[in-house]
Design a protein. Structure first.
Length: 246
């Protein structure tokens, strides 16, 4: 059995999906619940849930959270949707905007398909309200979990990955310029940015800063050439920023 929630208003879709999940889990307290996202995508595990059941329960309830953000899952999903529909287990798919082919496949096979679209005005207002510079601060602080969470919020707010990457580049560039400069004028940035960036730069070695800015530039160009999934690669970069070695 398959339920689908999708559309540009990802927040509303997510709320509706979780409302259904909570309802199903209340009605089927013995069901095993699992969540699979783009980050922990496992095709074999998903196929195993098609006919499998929990060891001590009658069914699985499986939440598939924006799998199309994973390149491999995006390719596999259209093939497996009919099997999700026919399974005795319950699958709930949450997606943002989807292409016409996948949209047709989802709507054809879903027990219930709910589209939540956001108006252009609302989307623009939400983007303006989002503080993208908080992401640069999290990167400077080497708080990888916070950086990843803000990145997900930014994407849910409708900001494109390449624009987000531009913010990260600006932050790291300011750190590089401020790291060895004695004054804001020497670094070529305003005093507030200089003070903050110099503090953040102290969290990285000169080699790490150089590697980080190189990674961001390479990622940007690889994404535009279609060599890498820009969103997933940016997530990985942020998740790695808190590690001792970049």
């Amino acid at each position: 059995m398959l339920y689908v929630f999708y559309g540009s208003d990802i927040r509303t879709s997510r709320e509706k999906a979780h409302k259904l999940i909570d309802s199903l889990r209340a009605k089927k307290p013995d069901a095993a619940y699992e969540m699979m996202s783009a980050e922990n995508w496992n095709g074999s595990a998903l196929e195993g849930h098609l006919g499998g059941q929990g060891l001590f329960s009658h069914k699985y309830i499986v939440f598939l959270d924006r799998l199309t953000e994973n390149a491999e899952a995006k390719e596999k999903l259209p093939e497996i949707v009919p099997a999700l529909h026919e399974s005795a287990n319950i699958f709930i798919i949450l997606e943002g905007k989807v292409n016409a082919e996948l949209k047709k496949m989802l709507e054809k096979n879903a027990e219930k398909s709910v589209l939540s679209e956001e108006s252009a005005a609302a989307g623009l207002a939400r983007k303006r309200d989002f503080n993208i510079f908080a992401l640069g601060d999290a990167l400077g602080s080497r708080d990888s979990l916070k950086a990843w969470m803000i990145f997900r919020q930014a994407r849910d707010s409708g900001l494109e990955s390449e624009n987000i990457l531009g913010t990260l580049f600006w932050q790291v560039k300011s750190m590089v310029l401020s790291a060895t400069a004695k004054t804001a004028g020497e670094a070529g940035v305003n005093p507030f940015i200089f003070s903050k960036s110099k503090s953040y730069a102290a969290n990285y070695s000169p080699e790490q800063l150089k590697a980080l800015i190189t990674d961001i530039i390479t990622l940007y160009h690889d994404g535009h050439r279609g060599l890498r999934d820009l969103e997933l690669a940016t997530e990985r970069l942020l998740l790695n920023c808190g590690k001792p070695s970049l």
